[in-house]
Write a protein that binds this ligand. Structure first.
Ligand SMILES: [Zn+2]
Length: 462
């Protein structure tokens, strides 16, 4: 834990508010400045382009990316030299298929070679994911992809009915207030972006009334959050025969289950806009007001769907999502194979957008851990302690009883006792002291009978 985050955790709420707002201000300068405004305008215009015009937009961006990786990214230079390819061999969008699929393992083992040699350090940010398999992956973003990501995110929010600067609530994985806090506020206000950050870690029955009151008083134009966190709030509302009307709810980061959507829409009395994106910043897919699938944002990245032998499938065929960033020059991921599966719908959306529709994305099924006090811990929250630990090859969390959790770990070569201590501490903080956590080191963790990998398994009867 860095010094600033230690101070943040141990300060009074007003200090946290000041610190968060200073941070938001610095982000504002970097990611919501003139470039953001221009790109958001460009993205808005792109909504009205024809499919052919959008493909031309993608083609131009792809060719720029190919020239860039050939000149400046050692990994791709070696791959292209090995295949006797040079940028001249790329003319059409389908020429992307001349390059091989990039697997997670490839990114892990070629971390240095995938970095461009011409991006100034001050333009580089570090990103990471614990990924859908619980094995963290590090990568770099440049400012350009950060801005593009925020522009796509705000276009989605506009589809849901509110604009940059209007009040909204975020109920996501960030640790907003200390875990052990037992009285409100469980939130911190980001005045720079008119955003109320609420903690996902204090969703207990005794506190949820305060959450609902605060949301009502704040009168947001939208509430964004993990489906599981919003579902916990919606269940509380139902149990107490209450409603919390807001204009829109946006969900992401986990599979939104139909029963979750239904109850959230019922209790918040609005539509849910679910979207799909990745920390890798290669794909962004969003719902319009018809909610008939997710529109692939063609100006954000190039998406392919492949079969198990990596052959590109036709629209309508179910397979694994392969995604290419058009914006990240610091560490370009081209034809990056995700662990998610879906297919492109053949029907056009009644909204008339030329962004094709993608069906619901299938990720591995995950369970929710439930604690003795009834608190439910979404799996996405448990991914956070894994994020800085890239010496873990594979992991799995198994809840055997209300009070005991086992974490299976496949260690990497450089895994140390410090990693273990940090992981234990991070998980313990999120589950609370009443839960016994033991770590079991194993050689591999097999997939389940259906071939899917389940990162979190709860054996507790509910
Ligand atoms: Zn639509």
């Amino acid at each position: 834990m860095g010094l600033s985050s230690l101070i943040y955790q141990h300060s009074p709420n007003w200090v946290r508010t000041v610190m968060l707002n200073i941070f938001a201000y610095s982000l504002n300068v970097e990611r919501y400045g003139k470039k953001f405004e221009m790109l958001l305008n460009e993205f808005e215009r792109n909504e009205n382009l024809s499919r052919a015009e959008l493909e031309e937009y993608q083609r131009e961006k792809l060719l720029i990316m190919i020239s860039h990786v050939y000149e400046h990214v050692p990994y791709y230079r070696a791959v292209m030299d090995g295949l006797k390819l040079c940028p001249k061999d790329f003319n059409d969008l389908t020429d992307i298929q001349k390059l091989p699929i990039l697997r997670r393992e490839d990114v892990k083992s070629n971390y240095a070679q995938l970095q461009a040699d011409n991006i100034p350090r001050y333009n580089i940010r570090h990103g990471h994911t614990s990924g859908t398999t619980g094995s963290p992956l590090r990568f770099l973003w440049d400012i350009s992809v950060c801005v593009a990501h925020h522009a796509a995110d705000w276009r989605q929010k506009q589809w849901a009915g509110f604009r940059f600067g209007e009040p909204f609530v975020s109920l996501q994985g960030r640790q907003i207030v200390p875990f052990q806090r037992s009285k409100q506020p469980f939130w911190v206000m980001n005045h720079i972006h008119n955003q109320l950050f609420m903690s996902s870690f204090h969703l207990k029955d005794e506190f949820m009334g305060a959450y609902i009151e605060k949301i009502k008083q704040f009168r947001p134009k939208g509430v964004e959050g993990y489906p599981s966190s919003l579902y916990i709030l919606a269940r509380y509302l139902k149990k107490n025969n209450m409603f919390c009307p807001v204009p829109a709810v946006l969900t992401s980061s986990e599979t939104l289950l139909p029963i979750q959507r239904e109850l959230i829409e019922d209790r918040f009395q609005c539509k849910v806009y679910d979207f799909y994106g990745m920390s890798e910043r290669t794909i962004f897919a969003t719902e319009c007001k018809f909610h008939s699938g997710k529109h692939l944002n063609l100006d954000y990245g190039i998406t392919e769907v492949v079969d198990k032998d990596n052959n590109v499938l036709r629209d309508g065929d179910f397979g694994t999502i392969v995604a290419t960033s058009l914006w990240n020059f610091a560490m370009p991921l081209i034809r990056y194979k995700t662990s998610d599966a879906s297919f492109i719908l053949l029907d056009k959306c009644p909204c008339g957008s030329s962004f094709p529709l993608m069906n619901q994305v299938t990720t591995k099924q995950e369970d929710i851990i439930i604690l003795t006090d009834g608190k439910m811990v979404p799996s996405s929250i448990l991914t956070h302690p894994f994020k800085p630990l890239d010496n873990i090859l594979k992991s799995q969390i198994i809840q055997n009883t209300m009070n005991s959790v086992c974490i299976k770990i496949v260690k990497g070569d450089r895994y140390t006792v410090r990693d273990e201590a940090e992981l234990l501490k991070g998980i313990q903080e999120r589950l609370g002291d009443s839960v016994d956590i033991n770590i079991k080191y194993v050689r591999d963790i097999p997939n389940d009978k259906s071939g899917k990998f389940r990162w979190v398994i709860s054996k507790v009867q509910r």
